[in-house]
Design a protein around this ligand. Structure first.
Ligand SMILES: Nc1ncnc2c1ncn2[C@@H]1O[C@H](COP(=O)(O)OP(=O)(O)OP(=O)(O)O)[C@@H](O)[C@H]1O
Ligand SMILES: [Mg+2]
Length: 254
């Protein structure tokens, strides 16, 4: 197997201090999905920033196949608050392919519209981005990541602030993107949703666990990952995973 995404002995630090994230070691194949779990401050965003190359490893290595990954940053919903339409934002995905100084081609527009349709927002293409709800903005940014057509997608809490019906649609979309042969990394606070992924990575400053959901989603691993922030709802089911929810987490922009 050639990994689409890999980290080995990875440690990442901000400035000269103690690393924010250490001892990260995993591989993800093309056409598979990874759920990244961890408490607030656990290092999920730090991992993504190391994978985009924005933060250089203090130790160890990262590799991402196929050039620049598409990255949906956690904080971007509020940053893009200027007078552009939803379609304009989705179109920005094609700028990543190197034609930013030219007017959008008809084919780019068609691609951007198709991506808005995939996130259930075809009818909002002309709406001003800044006047959409937080969840709708998040879906537009997901459309932009799709337009980028990268082999690897890094989505940092893409479902935060998204209503349940849209979340369901987007989770279906994750499956489609994976079936198209992309590698998909998704961070979330929704422990229950992790079982739908091919792999789960738990981080809490250190890597706590990596593997198939049935192996990773145990009471012991979840308690080490979240400490007091986890509530385990019941005992393991036949697949060995437990049902659990996190408490006390808050999203940065609500
Ligand atoms: N720009 C920064 N400068 C210094 N330290 C930082 C910076 N960003 C994050 N950190 C620290 O790195 C650690 C990991 O933070 P990170 O943002 O990766 O956590 P997270 O898992 O994404 O949390 P959340 O669920 O709240 O998004 C935290 O201790 C945090 O304080
Ligand atoms: Mg984060």
């Amino acid at each position: 197997m050639t990994a689409a995404v890999a980290a080995s002995g990875l440690a990442v630090a901000y400035g000269g201090g103690r690393p924010a994230l250490e001892r990260v070691e995993f591989e993800l194949a093309a056409g598979s999905s990874l759920c990244v779990l961890g408490p607030n401050g656990g290092g999920k965003t730090t991992l993504f920033r190391a994978l985009t190359g924005e933060l250089a490893p203090l130790r160890g290595t990262v590799s991402v196949a196929g050039g620049r990954p598409a990255y949906l940053a956690q904080t971007e919903r509020t940053r893009l608050d200027f007078p552009v339409s939803a379609l304009d934002v989705a179109l920005m995905g094609s700028l990543a392919n190197g034609r930013w100084w030219l007017p959008a081609r008809r084919s780019d527009r068609a691609t951007a519209r198709a991506a808005l349709d995939r996130v259930g927002l075809a009818d909002r293409a002309g709406d001003r981005f800044g006047e959409l709800s937080g969840g709708q903005r998040q879906r537009v940014l997901l459309a932009r990541a799709i337009v980028q057509d990268a082999r690897v997608l890094l989505l940092d809490e893409p479902l935060a602030g998204v209503d349940p019906a849209s979340a369901e649609r987007i989770e279906r979309l994750f499956g489609e993107l994976r079936d198209e042969g992309r590698a998909l990394l998704v961070s979330t606070h929704d422990v229950d949703s992790a079982r739908a992924f091919d792999r789960v990575l738990c981080v809490n400053h250190d890597q706590i666990a990596f593997g198939a959901p049935a192996d990773v989603l145990s009471r012991e691993v979840l308690e080490r990952t979240y400490g007091a922030e986890i509530v385990v709802l019941d005992e393991p089911g036949p697949d060995g995973t437990v049902r659990a929810v996190t408490v006390q987490h808050h999203h940065h922009d609500h």
